[in-house]
Ligand binder design. Structure first.
Ligand SMILES: NC(=O)C1=CN([C@@H]2O[C@H](COP(=O)(O)OP(=O)(O)OC[C@H]3O[C@@H](n4cnc5c(N)ncnc54)[C@H](O)[C@@H]3O)[C@@H](O)[C@H]2O)C=CC1
Ligand SMILES: CC(C)CC(=O)C(=O)O
Ligand SMILES: [Mg+2]
Length: 290
């Protein structure tokens, strides 16, 4: 018996969760795996009921579970709230508290859905089978200090992009390990021509690569990667990258395969529970339409 916590959240979160639940039940029946499902509020739904995006008891329930299935959080109703109280803090908090540092986002073009891709057939002819391995608990989304303050009567805003070598090494090892089970090609995507943090990524990844001699390592700047993804998506196998770049590039990869609704993700750490979530958000523009 596996304990699974379902966190539907906001917008289309509950709608995609209802379908995911049917899939879980089908898996349960077909493979004889028993799931004990518990549902809890998260994000805006939790703010409305309990005043916070991620209640302590919800986090505790997740920590005691075998896996967490997450829908999506956020929406215009809560956009006016200060950063620490916004619905998005729930997913950031879960990733941090559960130490889910590696987010695996597969973009696979299902041949029968190729017409849904905005790209021409000739660009898709080599197929699209990309795995974005996104670092998930470091970088700009978590770095301190961050804030907005007034200096000389003018507002200034700042975020901090910080990575330790250990943070880079642990996600890089996962990237290489998954590449070993695929086409054995790993591309580190960064901005090492400008950012110090990217220079450290290159240094650490070029150390880690020595433990995985069967995987071919290449480097690409993120601006070029954004272009190559639409010009030649078939060139990529595993893309390893930091948090913000991975967030952006995986939405782009989702468009290539026809819909962001087709792209799942697994958020992994050193120990369970892991968390499984779509790549998309709460899609307020289409919520309530099934
Ligand atoms: N993990 C999470 O909970 C995330 C939450 N968000 C939040 O979601 C809210 C909306 O953000 P957006 O930037 O609009 O991103 P979004 O990912 O919710 O939507 C972007 C576009 O993709 C479409 N889309 C999303 N899911 C779809 C699906 N399953 N099938 C077909 N089309 C789909 C939407 O209709 C929209 O046009 C914001 O409050 C944002 O902060 C955004 C990203 C991740
Ligand atoms: C809502 C954000 C915290 C993150 C995001 O866009 C994502 O993880 O894809
Ligand atoms: Mg995103």
């Amino acid at each position: 018996m596996y304990n699974v916590v379902l966190l539907p959240g906001d917008g289309i979160g509950p709608e995609v969760m209802a379908q995911a639940k049917k899939v879980l039940m089908a898996v349960s029946e077909k493979f004889g795996i028993a799931f004990n499902l518990k549902e809890a509020l998260v994000g805006g739904a939790s703010i409305d009921e309990m005043g916070v995006p991620l209640a302590d008891e919800t986090l505790e329930l997740c920590m005691k579970s075998d896996a967490v299935l997450f829908g999506a959080v956020g929406g215009p109703k809560w956009d006016h709230l200060p950063m620490e109280l916004r619905p998005e803090r729930a997913i950031l908090g879960l990733r941090k508290e559960l130490d889910l540092f590696a987010n695996l986002r597969p973009a696979f073009l299902i041949p029968s859905l190729a017409a849904k891709s905005p790209l021409k057939g000739e660009i898709l002819s080599k197929g699209v089978d990309i795995l974005v391995v996104r670092e998930l608990t470091g970088g700009l989304y978590f770095g301190e200090p961050k804030g907005i303050k007034v200096r000389d009567d003018k507002r200034i805003a700042y975020d901090t992009l910080v990575y330790t070598e250990d943070q880079i090494r642990r996600v890089a090892e996962i990237g290489f390990r998954v590449a070993q089970n695929r086409k054995k090609k790993l591309c580190l995507v960064d901005k090492a021509n400008v950012l110090e943090s990217s220079r450290l990524w290159r240094e650490v990844v070029s150390e880690v690569t020595k433990e995985f001699p069967d995987v071919e390592l290449s480097y690409m700047y993120v601006d070029n990667c954004a272009m190559q993804l639409v010009a030649n998506p078939g060139m990529f196998d595993v893309i390893l990258t930091e948090n913000t770049f991975g967030d952006i590039l995986s939405d782009e990869a989702a468009a290539i395969i026809g819909s962001i609704g087709l792209m799942p993700s697994a958020s992994l750490g050193d120990k369970k529970p892991y968390l499984y979530e779509p790549v998309h958000g709460s899609a307020p523009d289409i919520a309530g339409r099934g």
